[in-house]
Design a protein around this ligand. Structure first.
Ligand code: GLN
Length: 542
């Protein structure tokens, strides 16, 4: 079928969950048998979010093809099981860079290069590139930011032009906010009306409105909004707060969002969406009674989105293991030998988070020593794995000053060292070891047992690595190197075989855990945590 384009814009305020609505719609269309992908335009000048501090933009997500991407791409993958790529996340910076490169090459043949048409053409090219691949029936394009921002103007102008060109093969969904004024006990539609007016001023008439709200919006109020905003009454959908984002596809389907999209894009509907596996997940979630408590040790714990993919992977694994997840954030900068027992003693499992730089690192060593000595199921991810190696070197191998050269360039025992290929790099953007690499697991290891295979491929984002010259010393002392990259012989997975579950991965398994395919390592970690909790409960009873 001819590719259909769906644009998703946002109004009134940011953080309304455009990514979740886009993901939910993609989920429903895929469940109906269509081929769908989702793309996000971010209206900032950075080429990608790879150089952004998590305080600015939450987690940096990594695609299989090694693109450092907005965390919304994580939602897209978790909701749809599709693999996103570099083409699925494009910033203003990338658009301008492409245009400026063309200008320098002389491609514009002496013309004055302008926002319209050159920047807008480049944006349109990026939208259509996915459609032209022939791989998709629907391209959902989310425009970051809020209508009215200076930054998003060129993107909205490109949407206006595309809608004109594509006609019925495209539509626009506008997501707005309907606030509840407690003193008046009333929901207010005026911000939505203004936001739609703003969009109309830019030449875009939304086809569907999704209203984010904390209270039910009556049919009467929806009719009023439809009337004022030039939208069909059945195309005004509410997105009311839910306990978990994974319920949103069902809420959207109940109100016919996917049907409206098919109807408006003149697409003959396939069957009703097959949501059996999704419903099974929600059923497990609703019926979980016992709680598993996981501590996450990191330095961005006051920030909700910094460890988004890890949080979601843990939640999925807990749900599939029939448990509710209690995730306790433990600030690595504040963790000391004096309070580690009080902070970690009651955890069923501990995650040592990824990260960069010295800040908060000592708390990670304190946590790891405690977890290793008390045999608590422990999962180190990227920097977390590197800290596992350093802590082991210091406290088991007796190399008191062992460190990573990231934290201490002159350490006498660089057990974690800069990768050879990184030594000549001076630009920091997009130059880490990024994306999916193969890894071979040692048969019989706990990690291989968790995966049920020895050949895996996982996503990376790092510059430093396990220093191979220490490998024998570690192996002899009881830390096994059980995952190796076959091409470069880099150590990707370490574990202590004698422990309940003590595994560190140089890669980020959290990027590839989805609702329908929870990640095997998180599943295995969660089983170990639940078992550990049960063992403790038994001994406490006796
Ligand atoms: N800072 C470490 C490195 O660059 C780990 C990176 C990470 O945790 N993503 O190797």
């Amino acid at each position: 079928m001819e590719t259909k384009y769906i644009f998703v814009t946002g109004g009134v305020v940011s953080s309304l969950g455009k990514g979740i609505i886009s993901s939910s719609l993609a989920n429903l269309l895929i469940a109906r048998g269509y081929r769908v992908t989702i793309q996000k335009f971010d209206p900032y000048i950075n080429i990608d979010p790879g150089t952004l501090n998590p305080y600015e933009h939450g987690e940096c997500y990594v695609t299989v093809d090694g693109h450092e991407a907005d965390l919304d791409l994580g939602h897209y993958e978790r909701f749809t099981d599709i693999h996103t790529t570099r083409a699925n996340n494009i910033t203003t910076g990338r658009i301008y860079q492409a245009v400026i490169d063309k200008e320098r090459r002389g491609d514009y043949l002496g013309k004055t290069v302008q926002i319209v048409p050159h920047i807008t053409d480049e944006i349109k090219r990026a939208v259509k590139a996915l459609g032209n691949s022939g791989n998709f029936d629907f391209i959902i394009t989310e425009i970051g930011g809020v209508v009215g921002d200076i930054e998003s103007l060129p993107f909205l102008e490109a949407v206006r032009q595309l809608r004109w060109e594509l006609g019925d093969s495209s539509l626009c969904i506008h997501l707005t906010y309907v606030p509840f004024i407690a003193a008046a006990k009333e929901l207010k539609t005026k911000p939505t009306q203004h936001s739609v007016k703003k969009l109309q001023e830019l030449g875009i008439q939304p086809d569907i409105l999704v209203l984010r709200t904390e209270h039910h919006i009556s049919t009467e109020m929806r009719r009023k909004i439809a009337l004022f905003c030039n939208v069909a009454p059945d195309a005004v959908v509410q997105s009311i707060d839910v306990d978990t984002i994974y319920r949103v596809p069902l809420r959207m389907h109940e109100q016919g969002l996917d049907d409206i999209v098919l109807h408006k894009t003149r697409t003959t509907p396939h069957a009703e969406p097959d949501m059996a596996a999704w419903l099974e997940f929600l059923h497990k979630m609703d019926n979980a009674t016992d709680t598993v408590t996981i501590g996450l040790v990191g330095k961005y714990v006051e920030l909700q989105d910094a460890y988004k993919s890890i949080d979601e992977s843990l939640f999925q694994a807990a749900t599939y293991n029939g448990h509710k997840l209690k995730l306790v954030y433990i600030h690595s900068e504040k963790l000391t030998d004096a309070d580690v027992d009080q902070k970690l003693g009651r955890m069923d499992g501990v995650i040592i988070a990824p990260g960069f730089g010295q800040r908060g690192i000592d708390g990670k060593f304190v946590a790891l020593r405690y977890c290793r000595e008390h045999d608590i199921p422990t999962f180190g991810i990227c920097l977390g794995m590197q800290c596992m190696v350093i802590e082991f070197a210091r406290n088991v191998l007796g190399l008191a000053d062992a460190n990573s050269t990231e934290m201490s360039p002159s350490t006498p025992h660089p057990v974690i060292d800069l990768m050879e290929e990184q030594k000549s790099i001076s630009n920091l953007g997009g130059t880490m070891r990024l994306g999916a690499y193969d890894c071979r697991l040692v048969p019989g290891s706990k990690a291989a047992g968790a995966y049920g295979t020895t050949d895996i491929s996982e996503r990376h984002r790092h510059r430093f690595e396990f220093n191979d010259s220490y490998r024998d010393a570690f192996e002899k002392a009881g830390m096994a190197c059980v995952g190796i990259n076959p091409a470069a012989q880099l150590v990707e997975v370490v574990e202590i075989p004698g422990k309940r579950w003590y595994i560190g991965t140089q890669y980020h398994p959290e990027y590839s855990s989805t609702v329908l395919h929870p990640h095997p390592l998180f599943m295995s970690f969660m089983r170990a945590a639940i078992q550990y909790r049960d063992e403790r409960a038994k001994t406490e009873k006796h």
